[in-house]
Write a protein of this length. Structure first.
Length: 413
């Protein structure tokens, strides 16, 4: 009988041990599936603001100097059939804006000390902010079906200048990849039909981190992707609120180890501009190619044609016609552009150089950007990005800035 009395005690002990093993297993699963990357970026941005009819007296409030410190942790957790991504951001910044209207010019001329005091009081701004730029939950609903919802910077396509087939955000951020593009809110379903073919349904549910001054329209898309050993292509059908249905796509072909070619298109049905009652033919085409020299540098060229752009009018009239200055779906205002790019990485094992020249073939303005990245050890990176703008005050690239300089450093741990 005394042995029988020990059974409940032994059973409780075994249950406790089982719970401890289960808890330890769960902790191990979470630890093994967890990944983190933390980046600290600090930079100073100087901008020489142009005075034009598009921005008289700097009414747009473009900062001529901005210093910012960003804390960027990235977290990822894979657990059973779930995957969680979280990218919170914490930043502190200080910006100085100079206004140059008639009153400001008179004060600066006759009362320089008063002018400087007013400028410091009214236009120097310090700001601390925290937000989530990206955060997504994914669920493996089957062997070939993945469902997700959250905030993402959703990019695709091989183009360097922009991605006209993307109905959510055509900007690709490749001019200065140190500055993050805003995440938008999406619900997605991805079906892996075969190793070469994938089908996706994407529904944009919210504007996410888009700035208040940027035009936004909800959109949904059906995307089909095919990939082979030497080539790939995608077809995207989309519909945005208040706009006609659109069909787009992109393709790329590795002709040889050194040469690759690419194309990207987007087109919508003919319609009428609601603001001015004019007929519109919304067609976009991008053609490009890249060639890697034996010595290492890669040369790229692209031509972009936007039939819906504004070809001849002054830039301020073009902006008035389309109703907004900042449109993430159509970031370029005019019709024809050419881009040349040179990329040379790991110079002496530490220096990366990206040089890009973009020419507006309609108003003959241009933009030249040189991106210098220097790897200082395993954790530090230094950045210097000068940009020059050339064109008249009524041109696209010459109407807002004359030149700018981005200088910064980042530490990753």
């Amino acid at each position: 009988m005394r042995n029988l009395a020990l059974i409940p005690i032994l059973g409780f002990g075994l249950c406790g041990a089982g719970a401890a093993v289960a808890a330890e297993t769960l902790a191990d699963e979470l630890a093994n599936g967890f990944y983190s990357r933390i980046n600290l970026l600090g930079y100073d941005l100087y901008q020489d603001v142009e005075q034009s009819l598009l921005n008289p007296g700097n009414v747009l409030g473009i900062a001529h100097n901005e210093a910012e410190l960003q804390f960027r942790p990235d977290f990822n957790l894979k657990w059973k059939k779930f995957e969680f991504d979280l990218k919170p951001r914490f930043q502190t910044s200080r910006a100085s804006v100079a206004y140059t209207g008639p009153v400001a010019r008179a004060l600066r001329r006759d009362f320089p000390f008063v002018y400087q005091g007013i400028v410091r009081f009214l236009t120097d701004e310090s700001r601390d902010s925290s937000f989530v730029n990206e955060g997504t939950v994914r669920f493996l609903a089957g062997e070939r079906l993945v469902l997700s919802y959250g905030r993402e910077n959703l990019q695709w396509g091989p183009s360097a200048l922009l991605s006209p087939s993307n109905p959510f955000n055509a900007n690709n951020g490749r001019v200065n990849p140190n500055l993050e593009l805003p995440g938008l809110d999406y619900a997605r379903a991805v079906w892996v039909v075969s190793p070469a073919l994938t089908a996706s349904v994407v529904i944009n549910t919210g504007k996410g981190r888009l700035d208040a001054g940027q035009r936004y329209r909800k959109a949904s898309a059906l995307k089909m992707d095919y990939t082979s050993d030497d080539a790939f292509f995608s077809v995207i059908a989309s519909k945005a609120d208040g706009e006609r249905a659109r069909l787009g796509g992109f393709a790329g072909w590795n002709v040889s180890d050194a040469l690759s070619v690419r194309a990207e298109v987007s087109a919508a049905g003919n319609g009428t501009d609601d603001r001015f009652g004019t007929r519109r033919r919304d067609r976009q085409l991008l053609l490009g190619g890249s060639y890697t020299l034996e010595s290492g540098p890669t040369l790229s060229a692209e031509f972009f044609w936007n039939n819906d752009g504004c070809a001849d009018a002054p830039i301020q009239v073009c902006v008035l016609l389309r109703g907004t200055l900042l449109d993430p779906v159509r970031p370029l205002v005019r019709r024809r552009y050419a881009m040349l790019q040179l990329v040379k990485t790991e110079i002496a094992g530490k220096l990366n150089v990206y040089a890009r020249a973009t020419k507006n073939l309609d108003d003959h303005s241009s933009q030249l950007t040189v991106n210098l990245e220097y790897e200082l050890g395993q954790h530090w990176q230094l950045y210097v990005i000068p940009t020059w703008y050339h064109g008249t005050r009524e041109s696209e690239f010459g109407s807002l800035l004359n030149r700018s300089l981005f200088a910064g450093a980042s530490y990753t741990f």
